[in-house]
Design a protein around this ligand. Structure first.
Ligand code: EPU
Length: 302
């Protein structure tokens, strides 16, 4: 979608929004798949309600993009524009055990920054690509921990009320790869409370997690992490592996040889290739094991 209305463009510029025309979502997602649209980068996060109001007024649909690391976007000319928070200079502020982070901050860098300030707990998330906001929305977790456990407060733009709201941790439910946020809520900032730990000890934990991840996941290939959630008491990766599907491909989309719940873009995979591979593997797992695998990856297919 291309924004052309001169009045709208002027109003957006007045709100300090940077417009990047005709951006390929393939360049903004870790899968390297996705069509083209205009990207609006918000330099002042508090302008979100006004930006959304302006777009709504003209009937222009929008989507919020985080780090693009858990996302499969459809091909072609996209029928909506994409909004993304621009990164601030100082993204993380620490006071005692409380860490206030902008949603646009890189997750890995945030974990490392906290470690340097002797604040731990998030070691498992090292190596998870994406932003703090994205991790929060999905309740990202690994190696026995999840980010939701440390959340004290979240500042979020709520599409339902069209306002920026601050929610206490207890007002949000964090479940396995699921939160009570609506799909069109946009994370803006979070306050985490992290346990004190000596830097050296945190570093040891980080090294162990890094090593485990390197040995079991295809980190040097284009992927969106795990495609399916694990059903209760079972492992999607193990089931797909047991069915002999490592290397199974549709066009350029392929089940990773290293971890069967990672589907990689092995060449010029299209969204249609990836969707067909997901449907095929889901059907085979259902037929063999009776589990209806749920997507872990977020799909923007409309
Ligand atoms: N396994 C296989 N073959 C495979 C993959 C895994 O046999 O191809 C076996 C492993 O040997 C292991 C079991 O399956 O015994 C579980 O595998 P793993 O330890 O890799 O964990 P997972 O359940 O597949 C989950 C998360 C990952 C997270 C890791 C580490 C989900 C869907 N996945 O993977 O998260 O990094 O644990 O904690 O919950 C993600 O969310 O995108 C993601 C990658």
């Amino acid at each position: 979608m291309k924004l052309e209305d001169a009045k709208l463009l002027a109003a957006l510029a007045g709100l300090d929004v940077e417009l990047r025309s005709g951006v390929s979502l393939a360049s903004l997602t870790s899968l390297g798949i996705g069509g083209t649209t205009d990207l609006l980068r918000l330099r002042r996060h508090e302008t979100i309600p006004e930006v959304v109001r302006l777009l709504d007024e003209q009937g222009i649909a929008h989507r919020f993009l985080g780090g693009g690391s858990n996302l499969l976007v459809r091909d072609g000319e996209l029928p909506w524009v994409v909004l993304q928070l621009a990164r601030a200079e100082q993204e993380v502020r620490i006071e005692g055990n409380i860490v206030e982070v902008d949603a646009a901050a890189d997750l890995g860098r945030t974990v490392t920054y906290c470690a340097k300030n002797n604040l731990g707990g998030m070691e498992g998330l090292i190596g998870v690509p994406g932003t703090v906001g994205g991790a929060l929305r999905m309740n990202a977790g690994a190696y026995g921990m999840q980010i939701g456990s440390y959340v004290r407060e979240v500042t979020v733009y709520r599409a339902a009320s069209r306002r920026i709201e601050t929610l206490r941790g207890e007002q949000i439910s964090f479940e396995y790869r699921h939160t009570s946020f609506a799909p069109d809520d946009m994370m803006l900032a979070v306050k985490l409370e992290l346990p004190s730990k000596p830097f050296r000890e945190i570093l040891d934990g980080i090294r162990i997690c890094n090593e485990k991840r390197r040995s079991s996941q295809p980190l040097n290939q284009k992927s969106a992490g795990c495609i399916f959630k694990n059903p209760p008491g079972a492992s999607a990766g193990r089931m797909i592996d047991e069915l002999g599907l490592k290397g199974h491909a549709v066009g350029g989309a392929r089940v990773s040889e290293r971890h069967a719940n990672f589907f990689v873009n092995a060449g010029n995979a299209t969204s249609a290739d990836m969707l067909a591979l997901i449907a095929d593997v889901r059907e085979r797992v259902r037929a063999a094991y009776g589990f209806e695998l749920e997507n872990e990856v977020v799909i923007w297919n409309e």
